[in-house]
Every structure is written in C-alpha cells, then in structure tokens.
Design a protein around this ligand. Structure first.
Ligand code: ARG
Length: 588
C-alpha cells in the first residue's frame, strides 16, 4: 500500500494539474496547526511566483478541484494561500480497512532489501552478563526483527569476547586454585572429555579476583598474558579448559539472553577467526598497507580532512599478539567470505565509536570490504542509576543482568497483586512477561545514542509511556474481543466503518501512520520510533474506548465495524511489540 501522506500528495498533485498548475506543487504535510486542520498543502504559495498570480487565487482554484474528490471532508483555502485539509471519514475507513486485509498491514519499504549481518550482544565469556550488556541485546534484537520485517535477510551474531586477556586471567585464576587439574599437566596426552568442568559460579568469582590482582601484581599480569598467548598458540590443556569454560558460559548466556527473548543465529566469537589472522596479516603486508611502527604492525587510517586525530589501527602488538582490532578485522574478512553481506551493523557502547572508526577505515583501505558495503556503527548510551552515574547495585558493585531482571520481576509482581485478586501462580506468570516489557520498553523508547536513567518505579508503571501500559492496552482489547466472541458472534471479515466521533477518527489516523513509521524505524535502525508510535496508538485507543460504546452498541453493523477496528489495533500493537522483542500476556 502507498503511505497515506503519499496518497494525499498524489491527489493534491492531480488537483493542481487539473487547475492548470504543476503537479509538483501538491505536496501534502501533516498540519502544524492541528487546531485548524489535519493536513496542509502550501503549494499555492510556492507556485505564486512561477505563475505570477496571488497565492490565494491558486489556492481557491485548487480547493475547488479537491472538493470534487471524496478524499477530504473539508478543504479551506485561507490567506495568504494555504490549503487546510481534513480527511474524509470514509476515505480513512477504506484506508485502514485495506491495511487490515493486507500482509504486513500494507507496509512496503521505500528501499530495496539487503543482506545484513548484525553484530550485537558482545558478551564476554567468563564474565557475568551485566547491565552494560542489556542495551546491545535489546537494541540489536529489535533492529534484527525490524529489518527482517522490512524484507532484509538478517544474520545476528553474538560476537562473544572469548579470546583476549580475560581468558588468560581466568586460566591463571583457576591454576592458582587448582594447580593439580589435568589441564595444567604438560605431560598429559590423553583426552579431556572426563576432566572436570568449571561452574558459572566459579567463573564469576575467579574473573574479578584475577583481574583485580593483575592490576596490582605485575608478575601475575605477566603470567596471565603468557597464559593468553599459550591458549592462542594452541596449548592442548589450555584449549581444553577454555572449551569447558565456553560450554559453561554459552549455556548460561543462552538462558539469560533467552529470558530477554534475545537469540542469535551465530554464536561466534573473537576466537572464531583466530586461524584467519596470519592470512589477513600477510595480505595487509603484501598490499603495502601494514607497516611496522615502534615495533607494532599498524595501518595508517588518518585522512587529510580529519579534524581530530585518528590514530593508526594496530594489527599486531610488538610481541606478535593479536588485539581486539585484529579479531574485529578478521571477523569482517570472515563475514565477507561466509555471507558477502551488503551491510554490517554493529550495536556497541558509543564509547567505542572512535575504535570502530579506525576499524572501518582500515577495512576499507585494505579492501577487506567492497566499496559499496555499508559498515554502520550504532553507538548506544549508558543505562544510569538515579544518581546519573552508570547503574550499580546498592553496594556499588556491577549489577548482574540476572539480578536486574529478578528485581524488575519482583517489583512487577507487587504491582500486579495490588491491581486485582489473582492467584500467586498466575500473578508470577504475568509478572514475568510484563517485567520484560518494562525493561525493554524502558530501554528502547530512548533514542539509542542517549543515556537514560533506569527508574524501576516508572518503568513498571501501568500508566504513562511504559511497556506495561502498552500491554495493558493490548490485554484490554483482547478481553473485549473475547467477550464479543463469547456472544457467539464473528466479525472476522468485517470492515472498519467511517468514524463517528473525533476519538475514533483520531485512532484511525494514528494507526494509518504504520507504514511511514516502519519505513523510518527500518531505514534509521531506530526502535524508539516504534515505541513512539505504539504509545500514540495506545493513547488514542484508550480515549476512544472511554468515549465509545462497543459491545453495547445497538446497531449490529456498526458494532462489527468497531470490532474490526479493535482487531486491527490489537494486531498492529502485537506486531509492534514483537518487533521490539517482547510479548503480551492473555490477562493482566
Ligand atoms: N565484548 C565487547 C565488550 O564487552 C563488545 C563487542 C562488540 N562487538 C565487536 N565486534 N567488537 O566491550
């Protein structure tokens, strides 16, 4: 389907043409004076010069043509030459009825489809998922779903941090605790399948301990660096231990990401490209791009037009070890080989922006990607606490994602029990679902690049711009529809009728924005646009609901029209929350 605004522009263009003017003048926009009209067209003013005519004269002639159409219920030409327009209820009803019958509610993207790799999640193996990882997971998952909805082929990759110094630190920590483990026996030649594993609890204790110690104890740090190198160089025992840690960690990550409805097509990590690195380094040297500087291998990425210094991109450290950059570049090489994507999107903390600028420049300069391949960095801001500083636990520690989810669930449970009498079991089930909406909507409704304050009380409220409010609205619609179905009636094929009051019209007008909103959410990779849209739709619905008899409407045909509008509203809201990555319960 065409977007409503585009349709109106076409109609207005035709009217200009019929009146003897250029059709290009018929651009219709949403009114900036909603008290006067819904839409406006300023083409008569623009055409005045060209046609040596007073704008109001042109406006009057065009208005006459527009009045002949069934599109507008009101057309006013007002001084000095504006056209003020109100949409006809019939035209709007036909438009939303067609949305109801169309696949994806008639959404047709204004851009072609692409093959996209999304790099998000970015969890570090052996470290617990903490609140710093929630935004990448939420935003990435939603962007993935939005692009798929828009017709792209999308591959989501977790890009785990599983290969750096943190692994060496954990290995050292384990060795300190349990030096007798078979992994550390250099003479052992057997297999490790029965060797003891490491629990997630141990990993979570060992990493912070070991990391803190390495900062104070240079000798220990050297050991950790050596362990990292030995792991990367393929020492059997270290690799076997690493594999056990990976298994433990990935199953824990799957559980945690799963509770946020986040799921990856690829669980690759930095380690996945280890074997590609020598080839890539060779290629960069042969191409004349990489050179030695102060012992390290670097590619210069500064450009003449830079206004700030962009340091060279380091490919290998002076001891030959690879770095974060190295694995990211090799990952680009691997993704190009495996998928030949049109675009790679990274959803990472905005503090890594300069880093990604270096990596992208390096990838382009060294022709790891085709010139037309897009590399996008979506940097997100920090989730802060009430004090405006990065969110912490009450005693100032890093908050584990699991704890954050648990806390939100118990707050939600409290509110649900306050609301109405409900069994403990049902309340807990509902709270689990609604809490995820609170967390996700609270995050996604902010433009990604902005910081926001995690306010558990506000996020879990059933009122205001929150996930629970959206779910509450959906559940309300579902319950009216259930009552209607109980009466034995079926309005499955009913059309939406012309609005009979301003609230009903306002709801239809909000709903009709769907195509436009999806188009900008997908092209700008901006889930917050969908949040804004569903908040407006939910508000419009709730006003309409208070002002309109639905089930008690006596006129059966009218009642069916209203039910059809409810069905469309429910379906639109449900689709949108699915694109944001959460769902609604049956009851609340
Ligand atoms: N593991 C990284 C971190 O915790 C994030 C990874 C982001 N993605 C990437 N391709 N570098 O900071």
């Amino acid at each position: 389907m065409k977007k409503l605004l585009d349709l109106l522009t076409i109609k207005a263009g035709e009217a200009f043409e019929k009146a003897g003017y250029d059709a290009q003048l018929g651009k219709v926009t949403v009114s900036n004076r909603p008290d006067l009209c819904e839409y406006q067209c300023n083409g008569a003013m623009a055409g005045a010069k060209q046609y040596h005519k007073a704008p109001i004269m042109i406006a009057n002639e065009v208005a006459e043509e527009l009045r002949k159409l069934s599109v507008f219920s009101e057309v006013d030409a007002v001084a000095p030459g504006f056209l003020n327009l109100k949409l006809s209820e019939e035209y709007l009803a036909d438009y939303v009825s067609e949305m109801k019958e169309s696949e994806k509610f008639g959404f047709v993207p204004s851009f072609g489809s692409e093959k996209v790799v999304i790099d998000y999640g970015g969890a570090n193996v052996a470290k617990a998922l903490h609140v710093g990882h929630i935004r990448s997971a939420n935003i990435g998952e939603s962007v993935k779903r939005i692009l798929r909805f828009a017709g792209d082929e999308v591959i989501g990759d977790a890009h785990l941090g599983d290969w750096g110094l943190q692994m060496g630190l954990v290995i050292c920590g384990i060795k300190e605790r349990k030096p007798d483990l078979v992994y550390f026996d250099e003479n052992y030649t057997g297999d490790y399948s029965d060797a003891p594993s490491v629990s997630i609890k141990e990993l979570e204790e060992i990493y912070p301990e070991s990391s803190a110690r390495s900062k104070e104890d240079p000798e220990y740090k050297a050991k950790a660096m050596d362990a990292t190198k030995r792991l990367q160089d393929g020492e059997r025992g270290y690799r076997a231990l690493w594999k056990k840690m990976m298994d433990t960690s990935i199953s824990d990550l799957k559980k945690n990401y799963g509770s946020l409805n986040v799921d990856f097509d690829l669980w690759n990590g930095e380690s996945s490209v280890h074997d590609l690195i020598p080839e890539m380094v060779d290629y960069m040297k042969k191409g004349g791009w990489a050179h030695i500087s102060e012992g390290a291998l670097v590619v210069d990425v500064a450009e003449e037009t830079d206004t700030k210094t962009i340091p060279p991109c380091m490919i290998l450290k002076s001891d030959g070890a690879s770095l974060y950059n190295t694995t990211d570049l090799a990952t680009i090489m691997q993704r190009v080989r495996d998928f030949d994507p049109d675009r790679i999107v990274y959803i990472v903390d905005k503090r890594q922006e300069l880093y990604f600028e270096q990596v992208f420049r390096c990838a382009r300069k060294t022709e790891l990607v085709k010139p037309e391949t897009k590399l996008n960095f979506i940097g997100f801001g920090t989730m802060n606490g009430a004090d405006g500083k990065p969110f912490k636990t009450r005693d100032g520690g890093v908050m584990r994602l699991e704890s954050l989810i648990e806390e939100t669930k118990s707050e939600m449970l409290k509110k649900i029990k306050e609301g109405r009498p409900v069994s403990d079991e049902e309340a807990a089930q509902i709270a689990d679902i609604v809490a995820i909406s609170a967390l996700k909507y609270g995050d996604l409704s902010n433009q990604a690049s902005k910081d926001y304050v995690f306010d558990i009380d506000r996020f879990t409220s059933f009122e205001g711009d929150t996930g629970p409010y959206i779910l509450y609205t959906i559940v309300r619609i579902k319950s009216i529809l259930a009552k209607y179905a109980e009466s034995g009636k079926n309005a499955a094929d009913a059309k939406i009728g012309p609005a009979k009051n301003e609230f009903e019209k306002a709801l239809c007008m909000e709903i009709a924005q769907f195509g436009q909103v999806m188009d900008s959410a997908a092209s700008e990779l901006a889930p917050h646009k969908i949040c804004g849209y569903i908040y407006d739709v939910a508000n419009a619905f709730n006003k309409f609901y208070h002002e309109t008899q639905i089930l008690s409407e006596a006129d059966e045909a009218r009642r069916e029209n209203l039910i059809a509008l409810l069905v469309l509203t429910r379906d639109i809201l449900s689709t949108c929350i699915d694109l944001l990555g959460f769902e609604a319960p049956e009851r609340m």
